[in-house]
Design a protein around this ligand. Structure first.
Ligand SMILES: [Cu+2]
Length: 171
């Protein structure tokens, strides 16, 4: 017990307790700074704020009635991907190396995931919402996208792939 005035100054808390309060405050400030930098300087986005769709009719309305890749020129592409139990449409997307692909992903039934191997793309796919992220493919190879939200009995078989082809005639 230490009830001396010196020990009770500050918040009137035990020095040990006060140290932990300071650590908690420093952590809170560090998290706020990190989140602010990630959100505003690094462009981390929350999927789902792109637009709203009706999951019952989305598969019949453009552009989702023809899911797949669109070539915008200059190495820019958009890919519309429909998720449903237990497949992605399309399940294979082929682009040349250096392509910048913006993925728009939505679901026609339950909640799915869209995790793109070897990239930082990892989105929830929520019925009624469109998840959007852009990736630049600098390395040729095969990048699988997998469902990482349990969506039912066939969940483990739900995947597709992006094939990034090396430039023809390149070294
Ligand atoms: Cu799934």
């Amino acid at each position: 017990m230490n009830d001396s005035p010196a020990a009770r100054k500050g918040l009137g808390a035990d020095p040990y307790e006060r140290r932990w309060m300071i650590v908690s405050l420093v952590l809170l400030i560090a998290f706020m700074v990190t989140v602010t930098i990630a959100g505003f300087a690094l462009g981390f986005q929350v999927p789902g704020d792109e637009s709203r769709v009706d999951p019952r009719t989305v598969a019949d309305s453009p552009p989702w009635s023809e899911p797949g890749l669109r070539d915008l020129g200059n190495g820019e592409y958009v890919a519309y991907v429909l998720s449903r139990q237990y497949l992605y449409d399309p399940n294979t997307i082929t682009v040349p190396v250096g392509a910048t692909v913006t993925f728009y992903v939505t679901s026609t039934d339950v909640q799915h995931g869209f995790k793109l191997q070897d990239t930082n793309v990892n989105m929830q796919v929520v019925p009624g919402e469109v998840s959007k992220l852009t990736v630049e493919f600098d390395e040729p190879g095969e990048y699988k996208y997998i469902c990482n939200e349990f969506c039912g009995i066939g969940h483990a078989a739900m995947f597709g792939r992006v094939i990034v082809e090396a430039e023809a005639g390149g070294s």
